[in-house]
Write a protein that binds this ligand. Structure first.
Ligand code: PEP
Ligand code: MG
Length: 753
């Protein structure tokens, strides 16, 4: 075999010939035959064959130059049989001096392959999934060089993309071949945001389109790749040096840095570009090969590293594209597919077209899930190997009720989905009818139902749900969707708009709660090992008062003499609250001095999210006008379990004695001191959890808009006194979770859950 065929013959001429042969007219089989002939000639191989993987697991010979033509569509290797199956199993090339000596070699007389000893086979990969194998063979026993292996992999990538993107339509034998996952699949995950949606898959990390695979100018493409790699390395160094606030842990960044500097990775990309691929296609090729090789690894450490490599590839693609992925144009009814997503990334997508979200990882309490709930976008997470099982444009159902995803659903599934969506719409119409009904328990206690919000788009939900106000306005969302720091005028404008929309209903503005997983690309901050325990929320506000003051100024201006409720996030000590409150007083005095109206009345409150406060409520409560329990963070800190880490975030149940006792202690202390208290964590929006909360004594619940209807229905059917007695008994339980017991109690009391 001549060395470096792709390089020697002019990098792209072979790839171009293959592409032309594939895309040309005539019967598909003839085109495929032409492709193997062209490859054999170019690579000076006596044999070149293409095998494709049938849905049954068989590898079928689809075209050959050099073996007997009668074997085409006749020779089939069962799964686990023969060298071609071995290539698919391993997901990597097999380079053999003397193929018949390999234990997996399976002799097929109809092929007439007796005289051929040297064997080089590479998998045909699509998104890391093998769809077949490409093989060259020679008579003499020899070893193919690394360059030849490299070339054959590039050829196989181009071939795989073209086969999979429909260039061979008309080939009847193809019907049974899984070029892309095409069977309906049902995946079980976890519910992060409820609701139902049907649409088409949009991959957050999209593969390069087949027409963008080849470059006409490999030298220029290599320079482009080098510049982007350099930019990527700089980005990672900056993150590690702490020049930008990112939500990526240090060890992961270190791994990124290691891979980004890894000669193997870089060389793989360079080689792929030199052989005629675009930089984007090179990234795809290398990623696909890594996926095929590493995804079978049992070792969780290796699988984790594969994720890191994939993230790195995504970052590089983003650098190459010079844009953020969220700025992509979405089709109507888009269902976004991602491994994981930050809240800001989710907010970048066009909300008028985004219908649902499916994640391979993620957690219920993460801010991306909160944003999904706030936007009313159903979201199912923890769907194992989701991205391997789906292609861009596949139809998908997101079932945020049963925590399932249906990929490429059959017609009957779609029909049953539509029936359920109708039912859901009816149920919501029932809730809508309840919107003006006060939430009063059967024994006459009034419960105030408020909604959580954070963006102007949320405001329509206020009249639609009948919420009695906004119990938590997350002001940081405005900062997270902006390209740059919102100015005083932009902040004032948003707050004034919120107050207008509230039309006299109460609104609690929470001051900026940044840090943790809420990151702003335009703010520089030190990197931290434990962001959830780090410099975030009010800690940042107190240390950098300019930002806090600006925000308070905007709030006071927007209130324009009306009522203003301000609340501070993540207060951990009484002193922090005292200092934060002093800023409010200063700003009010500043406004007065300028002859501007002071808010009337002004109410200043604290979020109870740090467990420390539970034992200092006697000191805190007299200083506050109200408090609100942020159960998302309170649970994270109570159980020492990162709300964003899927391995631990759901390990502990808030419906358990320690959590319920902590909540009760807060509720009781507030009652005793006459301090209004609400619960504004996500718990409050789930009927069973809300049932427990009202049983514990809470009378104000603030929740995602979609929770109002179901929670109100629960309240209307609840005898609160009986519920309180039942739940009080369960607080003494010695078990870990009392969820089942609470549910049994609610059912016994005929509560509508
Ligand atoms: C909470 O922690 O419960 C809360 C409401 O705040 P966030 O989810 O924004 O941290
Ligand atoms: Mg919080």
């Amino acid at each position: 075999m001549a060395d470096r065929v792709l390089a020697v013959r002019g990098p792209r001429s072979l790839l171009r010939q293959i592409r032309e042969a594939m895309a040309g007219g005539g019967p598909a089989q003839a085109r495929l035959d032409m492709v193997v002939r062209t490859i054999a000639q170019s690579m000076v191989a006596e044999v070149c064959s293409i095998y494709l993987l049938r849905a049954s697991g068989d590898m079928e010979l689809f075209a050959t130059e050099g073996l007997s033509p009668d074997a085409v569509h006749v020779t089939r290797m069962k799964s686990g049989e023969g060298l071609v199956s071995e290539i698919v199993r391993l997901g990597r090339p097999l380079n053999l001096t003397d193929a018949p000596l390999h234990p997996k070699f399976s002799y097929r007389p109809e092929t007439g392959e007796d005289p051929f000893h040297a064997f080089l086979g590479v998998p045909l990969l699509r998104g890391g999934r093998p769809i077949g194998a490409l093989v060259v063979q020679n008579r003499t026993a020899r070893v193919y060089g690394d360059d030849e292996v490299e070339d054959l992999q590039t050829i196989s990538m181009v071939l795989a993309e073209m086969v999979a993107s429909g260039e061979l339509v008309g080939l009847t034998e193809l019907q049974d071949v899984e070029l892309a996952p095409h069977r309906p699949e049902r995946l079980k995950g976890q519910r992060f945001a409820e609701g139902l949606a049907f649409g088409v898959a949009v991959l957050h990390e999209a593969p390069a389109a087949p027409e963008k695979l080849l470059t006409d100018d490999a030298a220029a493409e290599e320079i482009r790749l080098q510049i982007s790699l350099e930019a990527l390395r700089r980005q990672i160094d900056e993150m590690l040096d702490g020049h930008s606030l990112v939500g990526v842990p240090r060890d992961v960044l270190e791994t990124y840095r290691m891979f980004a500097a890894d000669r193997g990775w870089n060389r793989g990309l360079e080689e792929a570009v030199r052989s005629g691929l675009t930089a984007e296609a090179a990234v795809e090729r290398v990623r696909s090969e890594q996926r095929a090789r590493l995804s079978q690894a049992r070792d969780p450490y290796i699988r984790e590293r594969l994720h890191d490599l994939e993230d790195l590839a995504d970052r590089l693609l983003r650098v190459l594209a010079g844009e953020t992925p969220g700025k992509r144009i979405l089709p109507e009814n888009a269902i976004l597919i991602a491994r994981n997503l930050g809240p800001a990334e989710l907010l970048e997508y066009d909300r008028t077209k985004l219908r649902g979200l499916l994640l391979e990882e993620g957690s219920q309490a993460s801010h991306a899930s909160i944003v999904a709930r706030a936007l009313g976008i159903p979201c199912v997470g923890r769907l194992a190997r989701l991205r391997d099982r789906i292609s861009e444009g596949d139809p998908v159902i997101v079932d945020g009720e049963q925590a399932e995803a249906f990929l490429r659903p059959r017609a009957d599934m779609i029909e049953s989905f539509r029936a359920r969506a109708d039912l859901r719409a009816q149920r919501y119409a029932e809730f809508a009818k309840l919107k003006d009904t006060p939430a009063i328990t059967r024994d006459g206690d009034k419960i105030k139902l408020l909604m959580n919000a954070g963006l102007a788009v949320d405001l329509d939900n206020l009249p639609q749900t009948g919420a009695e106000g906004i119990g938590l306005f997350r002001t940081e969302f405005q900062f997270m969707v902006a390209e740059q720091m919102p100015r005083l005028s932009a902040q004032t404008e948003l707050y004034a708009k919120v107050l207008e929309a509230a039309d006299g209903k109460s609104v609690v503005f929470r001051t900026l709660d940044l840090g943790g997983d809420k990151v702003l690309p335009y703010i520089q901050a030190d990197r931290e090992d434990n962001p959830a325990l780090g410099w975030r929320a009010i800690r940042m506000g107190l240390d950098r008062p300019a930002l806090l003051r600006l925000q308070l100024r905007a709030l006071i201006a927007a209130a324009a003499g009306r009522e203003l409720r301000v609340m501070f996030p993540l207060v951990a000590t009484v002193e922090e609250f005292r200092r934060a409150r002093a800023f409010v007083d200063d700003e009010v005095a500043w406004a007065r001095r300028r002859g501007r109206p002071a808010p009337d009345p002004l109410r200043v409150g604290a979020m109870i999210e740090a467990p420390s406060l539970i034992w200092h409520l006697d000191a805190l409560l007299p200083m506050t006008d109200f408090v609100s329990v942020g159960t998302n963070d309170l649970m994270q800190y109570l159980f020492a379990a990162d709300r964003d880490n899927p391995r631990v975030s759901d390990r502990y149940d808030p419906l358990s004695p320690p959590a319920l006792r902590a909540l009760k202690a807060i509720g009781d202390a507030c009652k005793e001191s006459g301090t209004p208290v609400s619960v504004c964590g996500e718990l409050a929006g789930r009927p069973l959890e809300a049932f427990a909360l009202i049983a514990l004594g809470f009378e104000r619940l603030s929740m995602p808009p979609a929770g109002i209807g179901p929670v109100k229905r629960m309240i209307l059917s609840t005898d609160r006194e009986a519920a309180s007695k039942g739940v009080a008994g369960l607080l003494k339980s010695g078990g870990g979770s009392v969820r089942n017991e609470i549910e049994t109690l609610a059912r016994k009391l005929n509560v509508a859950l």
